[in-house]
Design a binder for this molecule. Structure first.
Ligand code: NAD
Length: 280
């Protein structure tokens, strides 16, 4: 199985991650093995899953069946909210690794800050220890605002390598983006296509660039993320779209095209999924 040629992004702990991967949120556990097998055959080598998706076993079976050497794969999974705490993440990652059939994750993330339970700092301290214990190469967070990031960094001196946040042309959070760039914390954009809920594919700057380059609107939006420096893993269950979504390294948006898509920012109106302070 030949891997797609995908650039790596350097992370602040000295490791690197393929800039484009494959996400499996809402992929039916009963179909995950087949769908992830398709993605690996198409050439994806970076898979983004989570305990709460309920499909780590299917991801693990697809990886095992593929025969792809472990060091050619990049696997991310996440600590669910009810397992946050100082001592609970150890059992959580052990169980995730068991389901994935792996000895070590490449990246382990806190899934949500859940500010009301106020355990994200102790959870981060636990993740630092999981990394030291060799259970995951890198550690990071999802859905953190600047205040949450400042709290965990000041408690431990350890920066997350990524913050995985909802990001697409209609929701860019420029202030958070600027903080992440200044701290060298990479943005992993979840919902990169607006989860097909926000009508990005119908907006003129996207359709105009698609026509100009002979690409689909989805390819244009993914390319916008790539040029922004984001790490992305669009989700699809269709093999054709897996191929389509990876064909984004053979064209470049002009400065004017990129800026016109960036101008689609709508602030909170653009948010298609939960607000991080409301997930508890
Ligand atoms: P997405 O923006 O990737 O959108 C997925 C939708 O887009 C699906 O409905 C799919 O059918 C459609 N789509 C995919 N390719 C297409 C194409 N070429 N043309 C037309 N439509 C296409 O949304 P997502 O799945 O929520 O985000 C991607 C990944 O991010 C997830 O699978 C998951 O791994 C991760 N994620 C993380 C969090 C978090 O809290 N950390 C939350 C949501 C998602």
């Amino acid at each position: 199985m030949t891997a797609l040629q995908i650039p790596n992004v350097s992370l602040n702990d000295g490791t690197s991650i393929p800039q484009l991967g494959f996400g499996v949120f809402k992929v039916d556990p009963a179909e995950t093995e087949r769908i992830v097998s398709d993605a690996l055959e198409v050439g994806y080598r970076h898979i983004d899953t989570a305990k709460i998706y309920g499909n780590e076993e299917g991801v693990g079976r697809a990886i095992a069946k593929s025969g792809i050497p472990r060091d050619e794969l990049y696997v991310t999974t996440k600590l669910w909210n009810d397992e946050q705490g100082r001592d609970t993440p150890r059992a959580a990652i052990d169980a995730s690794l068991e389901r994935l059939g792996l000895e070590k994750a490449d990246l382990y993330l806190i899934h949500w800050p859940t500010p009301k339970q106020n355990k994200y700092v102790e959870s981060w301290e636990a993740l630092v220890e999981l990394q030291q214990a060799g259970l995951t190469t890198s550690i990071g967070v999802c859905n953190f605002f600047e205040s949450h990031l400042r709290d965990i960094i000041s408690a431990t001196g350890v920066k997350p390598v990524v913050n995985q946040i909802e990001q697409h042309p209609a929701l860019q959070q420029p202030e958070l983006d600027a903080y992440l760039r200044a701290e060298d914390i990479k943005t992993e954009a979840w919902g990169p296509l607006g989860q097909a809920k926000y009508p990005l594919f119908e907006l003129e700057p996207v359709t105009a660039a698609a026509d100009a380059h002979g690409k689909t609107p989805a390819q244009v939006v993914i390319r916008w993320h790539i040029q922004k420096g984001n790490i992305v893993f669009p989700k699809t269950t269709s093999r054709e779209r897996m191929i389509e979504n990876a064909q984004v390294f053979d064209f470049e948006l002009s400065g004017a095209e990129f800026d016109a898509i960036t101008a689609l920012e709508r602030g909170e109106e653009g948010r298609v999924s939960a607000h991080p302070n409301e997930v508890n």
